[in-house]
Structures are given as C-alpha cells and as structure tokens.
Design a protein around this ligand. Structure first.
Ligand code: DC
Length: 235
C-alpha cells in the first residue's frame, strides 16, 4: 500500500457556502505544505464554461457531456517580489485564464444547479481524486468526506448560521467594491443550502466520522488553530 495514492494523507473540509472554508483550507494547506483541492471551483467551471458555450442549464445531457470533457488546468504561478503570496493559482479554462467571474453569485447559483446533476458529479469524481498527491491533500467541498475521499484520515465539517454567512458574504462583496443586498444574499444562501442538502446525490451533510466546528462566533485564526490541532493528533 506504500505507493498507492490511497496512502497519501487527506484532510477533508466540508460545509455550506460562507462557512469560511475557502480561507481556512488555504491557510491550513499552507501550514501543512500540502496540495489543495477547491472542488467548488470545478462545479463553477462546468456551469460557467457551459453557459459560455451557449448550453442551457436545463439540458442535463449536454452539461454532463461538457463536464466529462472539461478542459481545465490549475497552474501555480510565481508572483512578483513583494506580492502577498509568493505563488498564486491561475485557472485556465479551454486555454484561457479565468478570473473573478468564477466567484460571482450568478456563477455560484448556476454551479449549484449543475452540482445537483448525478452525471456531472460522476464525471468530476476521478478528476478530484487525482489531486491526492504526496505529501498530502486538503480538500474543500460539500462531499469530500462522504463521497470523494471516504477514507480520509481527518474529516472536518464547518457550519455557521445562515445569517452569519450572509453577513460575511456581504462584507466580502462590499470590501471588493461590489454593491450587495443583505436580504437578497440571505435568500440566496437559504435557497442554495436547500438545493445542496436536499439533492439525491451526495447531499451536503457531515460524514459520520467528521469533527463538526460551528464557526459563527469564531475568527478565521481560531478555526485554523482548531483544525491544525485536530490534525496534529492524527497525522
Ligand atoms: O464552494 P462553492 O460556493 O464554490 O461551490 C459552488 C457550488 O458547487 C455550490 O452550490 C455547491 C456545489 N458543490 C458541490 O455540490 N460539491 C462540492 N464538492 C463542491 C461544491
């Protein structure tokens, strides 16, 4: 088993949007010196790319076929001296860089629709497992601990109240100079939670062996510390 990809350690971090996963996973991966999988980005890329290619989100067969052939590359690019991070991830879709358009509410909502399609999930399964490379992987998503890496050594599930998640998203958008409406964000979050947790395949739910952390009243640093403390005992 020494050389099997299954022997490479994995930490899964699942939870709803706005639970703080993205930032926490990035920091934890950096501290551990491990690879990172942002599985939500794959669902976003399928939705974004499909719409860009003129496909309808109602046409499940066409979206699934697009997902099977998804032409995406994750490149680590060296940043100029003095930049906040020495390297940053550049996502290339069909040979062209994708930027902030992947992170909009519109793309997030479209991603939630394609993520409910069983064939799309199936198409992305092996692609996600291929990220399991030495020295280790921190995987961010909704079903990392339940479906994609059920044998992960450590599983964490982050939660926060819908109101707190809407407030965080509001602040993020305002900080970026994007106008936002708190009530509309809360409505979107509730709708997305409903779709993500009610779907028949890989619904959003903690793995039986996951450690659940409610982040509503915790800072990012406090959550990172808690996750690292859990890892310290197990890796
Ligand atoms: O984490 P995110 O907001 O980038 O995810 C975008 C959408 O993709 C979200 O509606 C849930 C879905 N998703 C999923 O179903 N399974 C995953 N492993 C990751 C994301």
């Amino acid at each position: 088993m020494q050389n099997s990809p299954d022997s490479v350690p994995v930490l899964t971090v699942d939870g709803p949007s706005g639970s703080g996963k993205g930032t926490i996973v990035q920091r934890v991966a950096q501290k551990l010196g491990w690879h990172m999988l942002d599985s939500g980005a794959l669902y976003r890329l399928v939705a974004f790319g499909a719409l860009k290619n003129g496909l309808s989100l109602q046409d499940e067969a066409a979206i699934a076929d697009y997902a099977v052939h998804l032409d995406v590359e994750f490149r680590l690019q060296d940043m100029p001296a003095g930049a906040p991070n020495p390297q940053e991830l550049q996502i290339m879709l069909e040979g062209k860089p994708v930027g902030p358009e992947l992170r909009t509410e519109e793309t997030g909502n479209a991603a939630s629709i394609v993520a409910a399609m069983p064939e799309v999930r199936e198409a992305l399964l092996q692609r996600q497992r291929d990220f399991r490379q030495p020295p280790g992987l921190v995987a961010d998503g909704r079903d990392m601990g339940t479906t994609v890496f059920p044998d992960a050594q450590v599983k964490v599930f982050l939660t926060a109240s819908a109101e707190e998640r809407a407030r965080r998203r509001y602040k993020q958008l305002i900080d970026k100079g994007i106008s936002a409406n708190l009530a509309a964000l809360l409505r979107d979050i509730n709708e997305r939670d409903e779709r993500d947790s009610q779907r028949s395949v890989s619904p959003l739910k903690p793995a039986a062996d996951a450690v659940i952390i409610d982040t509503s009243d915790l800072s990012i640093d406090q959550v990172v510390e808690q996750v690292l403390a859990i890892c310290k005992d197990r890796f």
